[in-house]
Design a protein around this ligand. Structure first.
Ligand code: PEP
Length: 259
């Protein structure tokens, strides 16, 4: 089975409930036209209930940007997997570089969250990527492979469809400085090879791997054309519904070119 492309919006700490409603109302009919693409909107916690309610059974999935791996208890400020499922959330970002860098999440935390998300039937989109200094020093693969391995070690016998990776070089996030499509393919191809070595062909071929880092309508088609890249996790260019729809269309055209 070919992997279905995914286009994912990461709103980060943006949008009121009213803005989320307007965006979702505009997005739903346009996303429905892109039949070959899975569309996910990673909204702030305060908007999730509304995005999920409006999305209903449509092709758009409401996703959270973070969660904690315990189910309930004395964890002030945290949100659990059952709480997300309760409001209709279907996916969650794990280990975004902003969480790793600003909030101190380490590989251990990311691995535990990924495991819990998979157990709970929440699709984790696990972010990995290197800093500019690490890349310049030739350490891209050491960093990224370590992050991927730590997560895979935790997943035991979970199937490849139950996890998504997003390769997001930190120097390309929110900077306008996109990795070249060849560099993105190189890193993502290596991640797939690592999945193959550790978990076999079926697993490696069924895991979706996204690219993230200043994806916009102008560069989306080239990125989507790369053989191992199954979609994108998009920050800035997902905030306006029109530019996010253009990205969804680029993903659709990559697998089903218009006649
Ligand atoms: C992100 O937040 O995951 C991201 C890739 O942001 P941007 O598209 O703005 O670089």
């Amino acid at each position: 089975m070919p992997r279905r492309p995914m286009m994912a919006a990461n709103w980060k700490m943006n949008k009121t409930v009213r803005e989320a409603q307007d965006y979702t109302a505009a997005l739903l009919p346009r996303a429905a036209d892109a039949e070959e693409v899975d569309v996910v909107v990673f909204a702030p916690f305060t908007c999730l209930h509304e995005v999920a309610r409006m999305a209903g059974d449509s092709a758009v999935v409401a996703g959270a940007q973070n969660f904690y791996y315990e189910d309930s208890g004395a964890y002030t400020g945290e949100i659990s997997a059952p709480m997300l499922l309760d409001v209709g959330v279907g996916a969650v970002i794990v280990g975004h570089s902003e969480r790793r860098e600003i909030f101190g999440e380490d590989d251990e935390m990311v691995a535990r969250k990924t495991k819990r998300a998979v157990e709970a039937d929440l699709l984790p989109v696990v972010c990995v990527g290197e800093t500019k200094e690490e890349r310049d020093a030739g350490g891209m693969w050491e960093k990224v492979s370590g992050q991927v391995r730590r997560v895979i070690d935790e997943l035991e016998d979970a199937g490849g469809e139950s996890v998504v990776f997003a390769y997001e070089p930190i120097w390309a996030i929110g900077t306008g400085d996109t990795a070249t499509p060849e560099d993105a393919q190189d890193a993502i191809g290596k991640i797939r090879d690592l999945l193959r070595e550790t978990r076999g062909d079926d697993f490696a071929e069924s895991v979706r791997i996204l690219y993230g880092g200043s994806v916009k309508p102008e560069n989306a088609a080239e990125i989507m054309a790369q053989k191992d890249i199954d979609g994108a996790l998009v920050g800035g260019a997902s905030l306006e519904v029109e530019s996010f729809v253009e990205l969804i269309e680029a993903a659709q055209n990559a697998v089903a070119p218009p006649e």
